[in-house]
Design a protein around this ligand. Sequence first.
Ligand code: MN
Length: 242
Amino acid sequence: MYPNLARRGFLAAGFAAAGVFAAARRPVLAQTAAGPFTLAPLPYATNANEAAIDAMTMEIHHGRHHAAFIANLNNIARDYPALASTPIDDVLMRLSQAPDAIRTALRNSAGGHANHAMFWEIMGGQGGEPGGELKAAIDRDLGGFAKMQTDFNAAGMRVFGSGWVFVVVTPAGGLSIVVRPNQDNPLMDGQRVLMGNDVWEHAYYLRYQNRRAEYLTNWWKVLNWEKIAARYEAARNGTLRI
Ligand code: MN
């Protein structure tokens, strides 16, 4: 029922073998054109998450931090143009196949792009609690909604330095809470992200300064459970990408 992501990533026609990471000859003239990667607009106003995140933080976080990951991907794609046609989830699942020269840059920029695209998608809501099959899965695997919140926030507090806390859908279909440093994404370990919170200081410092616990607590007020439930359904169907 659930695709074995690690196996799929390992067995699928590798983009290294297919020449995806063959370096292009550098053009004589520097290319300044934007793309191929673009920053999608926020799906709501910058003050839509005011219950947890102020508008200026949203503007800077999306318009500068996420934009920087897009710019870095475009820089890599200038030398490795086939990157443009490689799904980001494939890039993240097969980082080990990337050339040494760009592996770290890809890890940071593709991971950062995937993490932030997910982050914008799951907010803009009114909080509350999920229902249906997602609620059943949370009850089964995470001890219920209240325990999930407590454990997720505690995990977010344990991130030392910059990183993320996620709920992932494992290859076997179960839910699990994981943390990752920097801009690492669980796809690097074959796990799909159901939801996740950014605990880099840039995500909360303007309003909360060092009060990360308060940010983690408030964040639940702006989650869009319809979006997260749709991600869960897509993960189960094998159609969830990043
Ligand atoms: Mn961030």
